[in-house]
Design a protein around this ligand. Structure first.
Ligand code: SF4
Ligand code: SF4
Length: 295
């Protein structure tokens, strides 16, 4: 694969950066890769706790609410047949003594109740779940979502962030980097879906290994190629190495425990700014990803 120039990529590529658990350096890696490549698109899908903006410091040019449609019942039309409550898979509606209760916090906005109401008594109203923000950090197109405090529905906001990415396609940013929420739940799957490659950040501890194994299972099911980055690689044990060897999972990069990196992180300074030598490592990492994805 040809590197014509650092910012002249030969093809489009979507790289997700995930981790089975929080605190493994996922955002440090995603930001470091984006800054090293330049001219990239960065999507922070970690909508419950987005923090890539602290490091990238984008100039935000657009802020908009992201809503989901929730039912509002017109009781003048309602016959209290109970169909809406029966059809709702999330127990977001209940019909009791000639009253229809809507628990909007449980509603996933699927529209099933409105569709099946025989009296056409349901209209949909918007419920805001968070905000979407877009902007630019140098040559990096930046988008993130911020979920409202206490909001449980992260997936629609993740979808909104990824939809914004499709709109960015008209720009010439051929590499998209996705900062995925930690864990292996629905928002993670929504975030990594459609990626060409996933980097799994982990650390060499029993907890790190346990969560890595779960994340690997998810990626295998999704049929997304992946590789591992071991952060704080010189602490803990070598069980992660052994696991990766046994499972033939490539270890693409190792970042040692480094006080300077920790201090830079606490100040919101990107790794590549605190330690510019890492830029070369991130470019090598990208080359390896291209090789592994057949580029
Ligand atoms: S399905 Fe429609 S008519 Fe039946 S209880 Fe629900 S809102 Fe009322
Ligand atoms: S829109 Fe879907 S999730 Fe929400 S109350 Fe209706 S059936 Fe339930």
């Amino acid at each position: 694969m040809v590197f014509a120039k650092d910012n002249d990529w030969s093809r489009e590529m979507v790289i997700a950066v995930a981790s089975g658990k929080g605190g493994t350096g996922k955002t440090t890696i995603a930001v470091g890769l984006a800054l090293s490549l330049g001219n990239t698109e960065f999507l922070d899908c970690d909508v419950e706790e987005p923090n890539a903006h602290i490091f990238l410091k984008p100039k935000i040019t657009l802020t908009e609410w992201v809503n989901i449609p929730v039912p509002k019942v017109n009781e003048d039309r309602c016959s209290y047949c109970g169909k809406c409550a029966q059809v709702c898979a999330y127990n977001a509606m209940a019909v009791v003594k000639e009253r229809v209760l809507v628990f909007t916090g449980l509603c996933h906005g699927c529209g099933g109740c409105k569709l099946l109401c025989p009296e056409d008594a349901i209209e949909e109203v918007n419920r805001p779940i968070g905000v979407l923000q877009k902007g630019k950090a140098g040559s990096i197109l930046f988008t993130h979502g911020k979920l409202n405090v206490g909001e449980a529905l992260a997936v629609p906001l993740v979808r909104a962030v990824k939809r914004a990415s499709l709109e960015n396609r008209s720009h010439n940013n051929q590499v998209t980097i996705i900062d995925v929420p930690p864990g292996t739940s629905c928002p993670v799957i929504e975030s990594v879906k459609g990626s060409d490659f996933c980097l799994l950040a982990t650390e060499p501890t029993p907890f790190g290994l346990n969560d890595l194994v779960l994340a690997v299972e998810v990626l295998k099911k999704l049929k997304i190629p992946f590789g591992v980055i071991i952060n704080r690689a010189d602490v803990g044990d070598n069980k992660v190495d052994e696991y990766c060897q046994d499972e033939k999972i490539p270890i693409l990069m190792q970042i040692p425990l480094d006080r300077d990196i920790a201090i830079a992180y606490s100040k919101g300074t990107p790794l590549t700014e605190a330690k510019p030598a890492y830029k070369k490592d991130f470019l090598k990492l990208y080359k390896k990803i291209e090789e592994l994805t057949g580029g």
